[in-house]
Design a protein around this ligand. Structure first.
Ligand code: UD1
Length: 361
């Protein structure tokens, strides 16, 4: 029986952890999991609602760290997690994704001699101004088991000198959640609440510091969205980080909403004509469902979504965004044999659990 600590902190962690916890609970002879929420995200709309909708139980511990600078937040998570990891050291600490909670808990665990498994290892944007890129590089360099979502991840890790015996290609566990919840999301009334017709609107999300912390950059993107909204409705659930900067910008006919829960948002983007985003996860979710996606960044750490999926990385120039969006709105995606990437099949959590068992013997 393996004692494991499963760490979550921010919104995109919850849909990755839920299938893993659920699979572990089906194997009580193999796993005894403890769920630890760092409290990096704490608003009901960013946290509790996801726990409820994804069937995650109350966390066994909530470190309640809240917001702060990177150093403050990372340090508080480390200080909060260390006594728990020392008090009852698990066989494994499992971290997911690339947020501050990921590196903070991995670092605590590894220094206590606890084995660390990193779910979603090996993704690289090669843009070190992204806080997530630093979190990814550091977490991968100290983790014992690197569980990857796409083939390029192993290449990236090997190029950094990581022993291939530590790497396992398990597929994308966030897609486990997506596929498991598609049916329940059909019950969401988000389209009628927002007065939208299926396939007749564009859904937008923006929260990357490089896009939303500066009013100039955000204005450039909003100008494109306003132009697009002259042709089709544009709906934009606003992340708390984006709210402040948005306050001083004229948003015209764009429909702004509060952050949406998992099921409402799944229903929304799965019924959209096109998604505009700077999120990492949404590039993958749109690829899995065949929804066109334009990524408003200069790079992506998830190249399989471009090579096999529906994603195109187009930057943040106003004219480029409008041209690319209108092309898709008018004529759809250019054909490129789009398919769902390998092992994005709803069974990643099973493989993750199997690999942890195999690595423990
Ligand atoms: C974090 C992750 C990012 C992930 C994103 C998803 C890091 C470095 N960044 O970014 O990778 O894509 O989560 O949402 O870990 N806030 C609230 N309520 C909350 C949480 C945050 O109002 O529940 C506000 C606070 O003003 C806070 C700001 O959002 O200062 C940013 O939160 P933070 O956790 O620092 O980073 P995110 O931008 O959410």
């Amino acid at each position: 029986m393996l004692n494991v600590h499963l760490i979550v902190g921010a919104r995109p962690n919850f849909m990755k952890a839920a299938p893993i916890l659920s699979e572990m609970r089906k194997r009580p002879k193999q796993f005894s999991p403890t769920l630890i929420h760092t409290g990096q995200h704490y608003d009901a709309a960013m946290s509790t609602q996801f726990f409820d909708e994804l069937g995650l139980p109350q966390p066994d511990y909530n470190l309640g760290v809240g917001s702060g600078t990177h150093a403050e937040q990372t340090a508080r998570i480390m200080l909060g997690y260390e006594p728990i990891a020392t008090g009852m050291p698990p066989d494994w600490t499992i971290v997911v994704g690339d947020v501050n909670s990921t590196i903070a808990c991995a670092l605590v665990a590894v220094k206590l001699g606890i084995r660390v498994a990193h779910v979603e290892a090996g993704l690289r944007s090669r843009d070190r101004t992204m806080p997530e890129e630093i979190n990814r590089i550091l977490t991968d360099s100290i983790a014992d088991l690197l569980l990857t979502t796409e083939p390029t991840a192993e290449e990236n890790l090997r190029n950094e000198g990581i022993d291939s015996r530590r790497i396992r290609f398990v597929g994308n566990v966030m897609i486990d959640s997506l596929l498991a919840n598609l049916r329940s999301a059909e019950r969401s009334d988000i389209l009628s609440r927002c007065g939208l017709e299926s396939r007749e609107f564009v859904a937008v999300t923006l929260h990357r510091p490089s896009n939303v912390d500066s009013p100039e950059t955000l204005s450039r993107i909003i100008a494109a969205m306003r132009e697009i909204s002259r042709r089709v409705p544009v709906i934009f659930p606003v992340h708390p980080r984006t709210r402040e900067t948005l306050r001083g910008i004229e948003t015209g006919d764009i429909t702004l909403t509060e952050p949406l829960g998992y099921l409402d948002f799944l229903r929304l983007f799965s019924q959209s004509k096109l998604v505009l985003t700077d999120s990492g996860g949404l590039q993958e979710e749109t690829t899995a469902l065949g929804i066109p996606c334009l990524t408003l960044r200069e790079n992506t750490e998830r190249p399989v979504t471009v090579e096999m999926g529906t994603n195109k990385v187009i930057g943040t120039n106003t004219e480029r965004i409008v041209t690319e969006a209108l092309r898709i709105i008018e004529s759809g995606l250019e054909p490129n044999n789009r398919k769902r990437p390998p092992l994005w099949d709803g069974r990643a959590a099973v493989r993750i659990c199997d690999e942890i068992i195999a690595a423990s013997s």
